[in-house]
Write a protein that binds this ligand. Sequence first.
Ligand SMILES: [Zn+2]
Length: 315
Amino acid sequence: MAKNQVQFQRGLSLPEFMKCYGSEEQCRAALFQWRWPAGFTCPECDHTGYCEIAGRGLYQCHRCHHQTSLISGTIFEYTKLPLTTWFLGMYFLTQSKNGVPALALKRQLGIGYNAAWRLKHKLLQVMKERDDSRLLLGYIQLDDAYWGGERRGGKRGRGAPDKTPFVAAVQTDEEGHPIAMRFTKVKGFRKEEIAQWAQRHLHAASIVVSDGLSCFNGVAEAGCHHEAIVTGGGPASVTLEAFTWVNTMIGNVKNLIHGTYHAISAKHLPRYLAEFCYRFNRRFKLEHMIPRLGYVAVRTPPMPERLLRLAEPWG
Ligand SMILES: [Zn+2]
C-alpha cells in the first residue's frame, strides 16, 4: 500500500471513539468482552458460573468462590485511574503518528505527570510484549543501529561510547515492500547475542540479508538462511537496495524519537522503539487499534512501577 493510503485511511475520530468508549460502563463492557469473549471464566478453576458482587466490581466464581475484578491479573491492575482515562490514553497513543510524550498525556488526560508516565509505559509494554510474541517471517533486512551519544567531535559509528546498540530488522515481501519491523535493544553486536535474538524473533524459514558484520552469521543458529552483502561502509552503502528499508526505518524512528521526546533514558529505549514498531506494523488498521490493543492489554500481566522503571536485562 502506498504511503498516502496510510495517511488518508479513515482512522477513528474522537467523536466516534467517545460514542463507543465515553463512559465507565462502556469501557467495563469492552474490557469484559475482550477478557472473556466466551463469557466469564474463573482465573483459578476455569468454571464459568459466577455472580457479580454488587457495588464492588468483583466477580465471584460459583465453584471455588474465588473473587476477581475485571482488571486483576492484567496490565490495568492496581490503577486508581478511571477506565475512561485508560481508554483515552489508548486512543491518543494509537492514533498519533509521532508518539505522545507523558507530559502531553498529562495535559490531555488531566492527570498527574507520574500517573501519565505510568499509563503510557504500561501501554508501551503491552505493545512491546505483543510484537515480541510474533516471529518475523520472510525476507528480513537486518542492520546494527545505535541510539544516542551523537556528540560533536566524538567517535562515530560502531562501538562509540554512550551509544545504546539495537538490532533493526525490517520484514519485506518479495518485491521488497516493508511489512513489519522489529527494533530490539541488545548488549552489543556479538554472534551469540544475535543468535539469541534471532531465535526469539525470527522464523526459521526467513531469508536474512545483512551487511558484512560477522555477528549476523548468528542468525543461522535460528535456522535462517543468511546472505551477507559486504558494502564497505560509507554513504554508498546506505543506498544499496537490499538495505533501503532498514536504513530508512532506522532514520525515521530516530527522527521521530528525537522530535517527540527531548531526552529519553537508554534503559527505557526498548519501549520507545516498540511504540514506533507497533504503530508501523498496524499502520493500515488505525480503525481497529483500540480493540486490538485492549485485547492484548487484558492478557498482559501487571507491571508494577518498580519494574517499569528498572532497566531491562534483555531488550
Ligand atoms: Zn473458580
